[in-house]
Ligand binder design. Structure first.
Ligand code: GLU
Length: 509
């Protein structure tokens, strides 16, 4: 069994050729590797997006790999939801736990034999060793370091065990972990965003555990084994992993594998520079999806605050982001996100969707369903819904705004009380008849601007009612509201027939 896996491990390593910095042509394969210890949040979506853009730019494969070896912290439903959210955002993976692919399985918990075989290789070539230190001893080391105001680190004691001592302990079935023997000296590498990095891990850390007591690998080992076996060409991940890269390179060296190229993405922070906390409920993508935000608005807001694109204009779609993206445009400054502007981003993208014929049709259908759910017995004509969308585009922040009480007049007639109208003016009947005539005479194509002008021309001639009062009266009659869109726009939204019917009802009430 072991031999089989070992062979599989070695033969799965493809000849490594690369495009971009490597200069030669080869398949570009990038992975997004979240841990399902939580749901997808803005930071994760941004990492996934940059991976996706790079892959699409260079014609390669985008992989979703779930790093689920920390079994105690798994959150039920997170794994599925992460893949759902990538699809919702319009950046679906080409290979994933659900889609499968030639390099699967795509969940680390299903890949244990690969890690165990890598560990075997490392033990055989002396790059790793068994460590039998008890938790109590490690705790003592830690306490002592803290007492001396030093950073706790393992003292590498088990490095020096003889083969005989190890065999004895193994035969006694003493619990153990496997540690990587850190080599002295810096592991220099050129990060594609942060430039040269010369981190000397051995000078600040003790030998790290690569295989835990329960037989599960730690992040570092699993990450390296999988990136190699999945033929990952470029690793694009958050800046927080930059310091771990030296450790990863030591593992590549010990396994005699060629590492991928690395590009670390600068941090995504709140606009005041504080960390985006996963405890802030409103950073999860599921929340945005459920709250009526459009995926393209979310992609726009998370890229607008950072680098990698041409300029910083608002309103870019995924296609435009793709056209403008260039890894070389990413700079190492943190990206400060202004979530207060998200509604504005959504408004712009909603208007773009309403503007496009195909996308408008989808919006109409979506709104029709929502309306049907809210106003059970009323039926809504698609042309009417379309007209409303066209008139309100640029004002609506979310499609669901149209379900708010302020817009209910569009879908149901308001109840208007005669006394309320007469409190405003004694010329209710004159104003009503005048506007009815105006609507009967106006042609279908009249714009809100023209209708507004006509209303002003006619209503300003009244003796006893100020123009603003006439507007208040009309707004009340047709919508039951005190404020809102212009009266002309309201009349146009409802159409002449319905507007006339509402005015006549009010006059006869
Ligand atoms: N599982 C790690 C995370 O949660 C992946 C880091 C990497 O991309 O190497 O972000």
């Amino acid at each position: 069994m072991r031999l089989f896996w070992l062979r599989a491990l070695r033969s799965a390593a493809p000849p490594r050729t690369r495009c971009c910095s490597g200069g030669t042509q080869g398949e570009v394969r990038l992975r997004f590797a979240p841990s399902p210890t939580g749901f997808l949040h803005l930071g994760g979506l941004r990492t996934a997006l940059y991976n996706y853009l790079f892959v699409k730019k260079h014609g390669g494969s985008f992989i979703l790999r779930l790093e689920d070896t920390d079994r105690s912290r798994l959150v039920p439903g997170a794994a599925d939801s992460i893949e759902d959210m990538l699809e919702w955002a319009g950046i679906p993976p080409d290979e994933s736990p659900r889609k499968g692919g030639l390099f699967g399985p795509y969940e680390q918990s299903k890949r244990l034999p690969f890690y165990q075989d890598a560990v075997q290789t490392l033990l055989e070539n002396g790059a790793a060793y068994h460590c039998f230190c008890t938790p109590q001893r490690l705790e003592l080391l830690k306490k002592e370091a803290l007492r001396n105001r030093e950073t706790p680190r393992y003292d590498n004691r088990c490095r020096h065990l003889t083969t005989k001592q190890i065999d004895e302990k193994l035969s006694k079935k003493l619990p153990y972990v496997v540690r990587l023997r850190l080599l002295e000296g810096p592991q220099s590498f050129k990060d594609l965003v942060f430039g040269w990095n010369h981190h000397n891990v051995a000078s600040v850390e003790g030998d790290p555990v690569i295989l835990k007591g329960d037989g599960f690998p730690t992040y570092h080992l699993a990450n390296v084994v999988d990136d190699h076996m999945m033929a990952v060409s470029h690793v694009l991940r958050g800046e927080e992993w930059l310091v771990s890269t030296a450790k990863h390179l030591l593992l590549y060296r010990a396994l005699n594998w060629q590492p991928p190229l690395y590009a670390h993405l600068p941090l995504l922070l709140n606009k005041d520079g504080s960390k985006l906390s996963k405890r802030q409920g409103d950073i999860f993508i599921q929340y945005f999806a459920n709250s009526g935000y459009l995926p393209e608005a979310l992609l726009d807001v998370i890229t607008h605050c950072g680098s990698g694109f041409l300029g910083h204009q608002m309103g870019r779609t995924l296609t435009e982001l793709l056209e403008q993206f260039d890894l070389e445009r990413i700079i190492s400054h943190s990206a400060l996100i202004d979530l207060d502007s998200l509604l504005d981003f959504n408004r712009i993208h909603l208007a773009r969707r309403i503007y496009g014929t195909e996308t408008r049709r989808e919006m109409v259908k979506q709104l029709q369903t929502l309306l049907q759910e809210k106003y059970k017995d009323v039926t809504f004509n698609q042309d009417y819904i379309e007209r409303i969308l066209m008139l309100r585009k640029g004002h609506l922040c979310k499609l669901t705004d149209l379900l708010s009480p302020d817009y209910s007049y569009l879908w149901i007639r308001p109840s208007v009380h005669r006394e309320e109208l007469h409190k405003l003016t004694s010329e209710v009947a004159e104003i009503g008849s005048l506007v009815v005539r105006l609507l009967q005479d106006s042609h279908n194509e009249i714009s809100a601007e023209m209708l507004n002008k006509e209303l002003r021309n006619h209503l300003q001639q009244l003796k006893d009612t100020k123009y603003s009062v006439s507007m208040k009266l009309l707004r009340k009659i047709i919508s039951g509201l005190e404020s809102g869109p212009s009266v002309a726009e309201m009349l146009l939204s409802l159409g002449p027939q319905e507007s006339i019917a509402r005015i006549q009802n009010a006059l006869s009430s």
